[in-house]
Design a protein. Structure first.
Length: 268
């Protein structure tokens, strides 16, 4: 795809701002779809204007809740509104990010994301999905959320963690790929080819990564792993979120990425 107008749903989020940055650097016109920009994927306010003359939609919206029913309703509504408004505007393609391993989900947020995939693919605008692992940036976020005094409680998780910027580059490449390439890949996936996956280069233990962050911050906190009895926690702990054999693996590693972050060790 030549330089084009591309709408990024969730453009102000942790991944969305990287997607917007990559597209902008490549010379594309980025249209941010976010409430702060006056566009709401749930009410539909501002969508028609945002998608006018857009060549593609990149959907990286994050739900406001991890609860399965609320998240499912959010994602289904967002995908339906983007698809319908995209069809009316003549958008040629729709690319959405998802999570590796959710096809094995027994419930929770994983099932909500699977419903999101299905809603995206069921719409009239030709669509593709990219499943990815957790972001490097998530480590610091969950550390801050899980802190209780001098102890940080983190989910027990096996992951091949990846940088958000690397994911953004892959999404941008998928959304701007030549038409014949996009359609051939979409046809293969519709016929049963595996959903594309992108993951980090090696398996990591989430708590071990958090200890690297704590050391960089000079924080003497103790880090404890916990496992909940909900489907999302079980999937994180048992390796269900690890990539399949067909996944593309990409760097940087978490340690390499961490050295590029501010001296205070912030990973937000």
């Amino acid at each position: 795809m030549q330089q084009a107008k591309i709408a990024v749903a969730g453009a102000t989020g942790r991944l969305g701002r990287h997607v917007a940055g990559v597209l902008d650097a490549e010379g594309h016109q980025v249209v941010p779809i976010s409430r702060s920009a006056g566009v709401d994927v749930i009410t539909g306010d501002g969508l028609a204007a945002a998608l006018t003359c857009a060549g593609a939609i990149i959907d990286v919206v994050a739900g406001p809740s991890n609860e399965q029913q609320a998240a499912t309703e959010f994602f289904n509504t967002a995908a339906r509104n983007l698809q319908q408004a995209g069809e009316r505007a003549g958008v040629a393609r729709y690319v959405a990010v998802s999570i590796i391993g959710i096809q094995k989900s027994a419930g929770g947020y994983g099932s909500a994301k699977l419903a999101h995939e299905q809603a995206v693919l069921a719409g009239p605008v030709p669509a593709r999905i990219l499943r990815v692992t957790q972001f490097h940036e998530l480590v610091g976020v969950l550390m801050d959320m899980g802190r209780q005094g001098e102890v940080i409680y983190l989910p027990r998780m096996r992951t091949q963690i990846i940088a958000a910027r690397t994911v953004a580059e892959a999404l941008a490449a998928m959304a701007t790929s030549p038409e014949a390439e996009f359609e051939a890949a979409r046809a293969a996936e519709s016929a049963g080819a595996p959903v594309p996956e992108l993951a980090g280069q090696r398996e990591e233990n989430f708590a071990s990564l958090a200890r690297l962050v704590a050391a960089r911050r000079g924080d003497q906190v103790r880090i404890e792993e916990v496992t909940g009895d909900d489907p999302d926690s079980e999937a994180a702990a048992d390796g269900s979120l690890l990539p399949g054999p067909h996944a593309k693996l990409a760097g940087p590693t978490f340690e390499e990425w961490l050295t590029t972050q501010p001296d205070n060790g912030s990973t937000a």
